[in-house]
Ligand binder design. Sequence first.
Ligand SMILES: Nc1ncnc2c1ncn2[C@@H]1O[C@H](COP(=O)(O)OP(=O)(O)OP(=O)(O)O)[C@@H](O)[C@H]1O
Length: 255
Amino acid sequence: MSKILEARSINKKVELGKDNQLHILKDVNLEIEEGEFISVMGPSGSGKTTLLYNVSGMDRMTSGSMKFKDREIGRLKEEELAKIRLETMGFIFQDINLLKNLSLIDNVMFPALVSKDAEKNAVNQKAKKLLEMTGIEKLADHNITQASGGQLQRVGICRALINDPDIIFGDEPTGALDSKSTEEILSILAEINKKGTTIMLVTHDVKVAVKTERILFMVDGSIVAQKKMSKYDAQHDDIKEREESIMKWLVENGF
Ligand SMILES: Nc1ncnc2c1ncn2[C@@H]1O[C@H](COP(=O)(O)OP(=O)(O)OP(=O)(O)O)[C@@H](O)[C@H]1O
């Protein structure tokens, strides 16, 4: 396996005013292998979202080195970084941020049409396939008021996948969903991961973390512990046992 992402001594500081600086990420080191499915847990305010934003180049670290596919991206110009994000990364958020005036399929197609010289018919075919894969092809021409939260999150996943990303970053992607929709979204993500896409999710939910294969635990801007597991296999793994072992580990680490 090779590394897709390698962060060395990442620091993020924010100036809040005169002589008032917040040190959010503190010398964080992180390596992610291609194909891994990772979750990030930790108390509220510990820096999980900031970590996700900084390793994905959505935010600028204050110091440190950040390599994505062996390329240092920490100091790239904004346009170059935006191109990397658009063409090689997918993002899924709790607030899905779909465009109101576009149909669901047009929302899925949008990132492909703004990138390079995409051919509209081919993009449309691909978007249809993604909607099929996530079970919402019948809603293609609906607008966002005509779909449930779980369905909209599937649209968000399709949109994240339209440019065949190498990695998907998710910030509480199931945070606003009921348990049934959460399970459905997780199994879609597991399928995507099985096909080789690396996934990194920030979550407060053990039911999400239990489906990942490595959990990072953050406290006060640092990764203080990591739990490595096998890739979740619904047929062979005892989910309750796995959840209990995560809970025990979280408690041991002071959560
Ligand atoms: N741009 C900013 N300006 C000021 N403070 C910030 C900024 N970004 C993050 N913070 C602060 O940094 C800390 C870490 O924020 P972050 O959102 O990364 O935490 P988190 O672990 O994801 O929290 P939660 O679980 O509540 O979403 C918080 O105290 C937050 O208020």
